[in-house]
Design a protein around this ligand. Structure first.
Ligand SMILES: [Zn+2]
Length: 423
């Protein structure tokens, strides 16, 4: 139990008596990052200029060390907050060869801030000075949350799934696996029984194999919220398809505020092979294999945020030897629909990432290629990269992309796509 302060002592602690009136001096600026997803190493705090200087606290051995997210208390609301971020250019060990992470990854053109820890907006454009960016925020709130991008943690995934189940009687939550760190990887399956006489389709959408790419979870959320809405296209999709959504794959890296991509011993998206290291990957392989063996998978999507210079959406296709004629025809059809649907501030202009020209399952262990290799040739499997370093890449911008993705999938899933289903 806390002792009660007697009034005179409270005055002494919270302010200074000057000439009979009380001038309340606010306490010192305080940075906290000891919560799920938090990451910040404080380099300087200056009360007089409302200045906070941090760098991401990530360990480069645990992935791209670019993610930062913290709470700031006792802000002087009379002056702009000045946030200086120095990039973490720690050496990333995994991948092709060890290399310093470019500063641009830690320094988004626009940072994210929130006055309630839930609703996020962009700051004004940061002023870039070499390996630092300066973000200025005017606020009437004495508490601020500041981050690289809108955070999305395990709690957000749980809340999204609960809300999806509350709104849709055919939605059921499940735990894909428990991670190496003992955390659940939650998912939701929406399956409306006997809703159509035509072919029944199956869709799997997962996000966040790379923890720093928080925008991908927001797109998954936008898709889930749209799917259980009363948009006629959402009703149409629910009536003809069983859909799995996993908002966060690498829950451990998300919760511990690490970057995840190219972590040691290897990238989660290089784990889809004969001996998976991550329990959530092993569980995903088991469930997707079962769907593939029963010829019950039509569309697989792995959602990501791309490199810092990307301005539009990109799709990556499986390795060229897996691009059978039926798959190519369905790929083209889907991408044409997406291009027509995603014409807003975050758009797909038809650009496809480079393919692997050869396919060796011992070497190429990315999920899009692994999934394509398990499935019949009518199944399409993509990595979708949604840009983060543009003004439109806000919480709302990502949610819109999720809804556009839903409408695209509804338009795509027509009976004809199952023709020519044998490899
Ligand atoms: Zn990624």
């Amino acid at each position: 139990m806390k002792p009660k302060l007697i009034p005179c002592l409270a005055l002494v602690l919270s302010g200074i008596l000057i000439g009979g009136s009380t001038s309340v001096m606010s306490a010192d600026l305080k940075v906290s990052s000891d919560f799920p997803g938090g990451s910040a190493k404080v380099l300087k705090l200056d009360r007089a200029s409302n200045l906070i200087h941090i760098t991401p606290a990530c360990d480069p051995k645990l992935g791209y060390p670019c993610w930062w997210y913290f709470r700031l208390d006792n802000v002087d609301t009379g002056n702009p907050v000045v946030l200086v971020v120095t990039a973490n250019q720690g050496v990333v060990q995994s991948g092709d060869k060890p290399r310093k992470l470019p500063a641009d990854y830690s320094l988004p053109e626009y940072a994210a801030y929130s006055t309630d820890g839930t609703n996020w907006e962009h700051t004004a454009r940061g002023e870039r000075q070499g390996s630092q960016s300066i973000y200025r925020i005017n606020t009437a709130s004495s508490t601020l949350w500041l981050a690289w991008g809108p955070p999305f943690t395990l709690k957000d995934a749980d809340q999204l799934i609960q809300k999806t189940c509350d709104l849709c009687p055919y939605a059921k939550s499940f735990v894909l696996a428990n991670t190496r760190g003992g955390r659940p990887v939650p998912g939701v399956r929406i399956s409306q029984p006997g809703a159509t006489d035509g072919p029944r389709f199956s869709v799997w959408i997962q996000a966040r194999q790379h923890a720093w790419e928080s925008g991908s979870s927001w797109v998954a959320r936008g898709f889930a919220e749209w799917l259980v809405s009363n948009d006629p296209a959402a009703e149409s999709l629910r009536a003809k398809a069983d859909i799995v959504i996993i908002p966060i794959m690498d829950v451990d890296s998300v919760e511990t505020g690490q970057g995840g991509k190219e972590q040691l011993p290897h990238d989660p998206d290089g784990d889809w092979g004969s001996d998976p290291y991550f329990p959530e990957v092993a569980a995903g392989m088991e469930k997707l294999s079962a769907l593939a063996k029963a010829d019950r998978l039509d569309l697989f999507l792995d959602l990501h945020n791309p490199g810092y210079s990307a301005r539009d959406i990109d799709f990556y296709l499986p390795a060229v030897p897996l691009l059978f004629p039926a798959r190519v025809a369905n790929d083209d059809n889907f991408l044409k629909i997406v291009q027509e649907q995603m014409t807003g501030a975050i758009k797909f202009n038809g650009r496809i990432g480079p393919d692997g020209k050869t396919y060796d399952p011992v070497v190429d262990k990315s999920v899009d290629t692994w999934t394509a290799a398990q499935c019949q040739s009518h199944t399409i499997s993509f990595t979708m990269e949604i840009p983060w370093n543009i003004s439109a890449a806000t919480q709302d911008g990502y949610l819109k992309v999720g809804a556009q993705l839903g409408r695209s999938i509804d338009l795509y899933l027509q009976p004809a796509i199952r023709s020519g289903s044998k490899k």
